[in-house]
Design a protein around this ligand. Structure first.
Ligand code: KG4
Ligand code: ZN
Length: 364
């Protein structure tokens, strides 16, 4: 059983793909023409629903997706000035993510593709983040180095093309966005912490603390952020002298350390986290010197320091750094529709079978 059939590619530049994204806590739908021109990108964030829990609650997320998916699809079509009959294919982020959340998008996409008799295509959400900086602009040159920095993933890739993607390294503990969110909680900032920490960091002095920049082994392309988080915790809530902790008097003249100023601690955290990301990206570029393009995506690609460091790197080395527009940094369906178009082109518009299912883990 297959959804839709092969199409000729003569009319490919007018092909409208409807993208659907429900992998975590954003319900998204988008209409993209020929994989590039974004006609609409509608996102309903659930931040208000998860705020009091300081993290995404899977059952609340999937329920909210179920309530919102159809109105969001209608809004995306209407904003694009398109009707359901104009849609040539339905692309859905089907992996990785929260299983209950993914299932809502996958069920909606299958129902739409089947009822419209158009191809259905499952898209890897993490790979789609790499495509975010290719929307509304010229196609990139390959091979490329890919960097995804999000709440769920921190990964470096070598991309032979948009669809041939090899993983070079990834985080061995927290993803960088999750480290930002936990650090923000330590600093008492509201959820989602990443953007709030970024804003606070811009008022602080990073040189007031020396937090660890994780390098791992000299040839490693993996990342680690748990030590940095711990360093921040003890700067903000310093441990009393070991003698006090053992129930004894501290040495004469002992002065208890002051808790760090939150803005300085945020700035030092941001400096260490982004320096660690840049260090591994630079290592990957040195090892893959044939790659003159850098594809960047994920929520943390909205970070002010990362964006300026990436622009500097691009200018210094003559690289084509694809930074996504701010609306395409966070989870969105435009990147799903865009990459979905290219997957379909590659397969001569043969879609995935309607047995396509949600998968919590990433493909590579
Ligand atoms: O890509 P995304 O929307 O969801 C996942 O696929 O995980 O990324 C969300 C993550 C959150 O951890 C959020 O705190 C982080 O991206 N984030 C930021 C910034 N904006 C969003 N982290 C640091 N600085 C920012 N400006
Ligand atoms: Zn994401």
């Amino acid at each position: 059983m297959s959804s839709g059939g092969p199409h000729t590619s003569d009319d490919a530049d007018t092909r409208l793909v409807l993208g659907i994204e429900t992998s975590c806590d954003e319900t998204g739908a988008s209409v993209v023409r020929a994989g590039q021109e974004v006609l609409s990108n509608v996102i309903a964030s659930q931040h208000d629903l998860h705020q009091e829990f300081k993290g995404v609650v899977p059952e609340i997320a999937s329920r909210a997706h179920a309530e919102r998916i159809l109105p969001i699809v209608r809004a995306a079509l209407s904003e694009a000035g398109a009707g359901l009959r104009d849609i040539a294919a339905v692309a859905v982020g089907h992996r990785p993510g929260l299983i209950g959340s993914l299932l809502v998008g996958v069920a909606a996409a299958k129902a739409l593709a089947w009822s419209l008799d158009v191809p259905l295509v499952g898209v890897d959400h993490v790979h789609a983040h790499l495509y975010a900086g290719c929307l509304n602009t010229q196609p990139p040159e390959f091979p490329a180095i890919g960097l995804v920095v999000s709440g769920g993933h921190t990964v470096l890739y070598r991309c032979e093309s948009l669809t041939e993607i090899i993983r070079l390294g990834s985080t061995i503990d927290d993803p960088v966005g999750e480290a930002y969110d936990k650090a923000a909680t330590i600093l008492g900032l509201p959820f989602p912490g990443g953007p709030n920490l970024d804003t606070l960091a811009q008022r602080g002095d990073a040189s007031r603390h020396s937090f660890p920049i994780s390098r791992l082994s000299p040839d490693s392309l993996d990342f680690s952020f748990s030590g940095l988080k711990t360093a921040l915790l003890y700067a903000v809530r310093p441990l009393p002298h070991p003698a006090i902790r053992a129930g004894r008097q501290p040495p004469a003249g002992y002065v208890a350390p002051e808790p760090a100023d939150p803005a300085n601690a945020a700035a030092a955290f941001q400096h260490a986290a982004i320096s660690a990301v840049m260090l591994k990206l630079t290592r990957a570029l040195e090892r893959h010197q044939d790659c003159r393009t850098v594809l960047v995506g994920g929520g943390v690609s909205a970070n002010s320091l990362l964006r300026s460091r990436l622009k500097e790197l691009g200018a210094a080395r003559g690289l084509d750094v694809r930074l996504p527009a701010m609306e395409f940094c966070v989870d969105n369906a435009a990147m799903i529709a865009g990459l979905g178009f290219h997957l379909l082109e590659r397969r001569d518009w043969r879609g995935d079978p309607l047995t396509l299912t949600a998968v919590p883990t990433t493909g590579c």
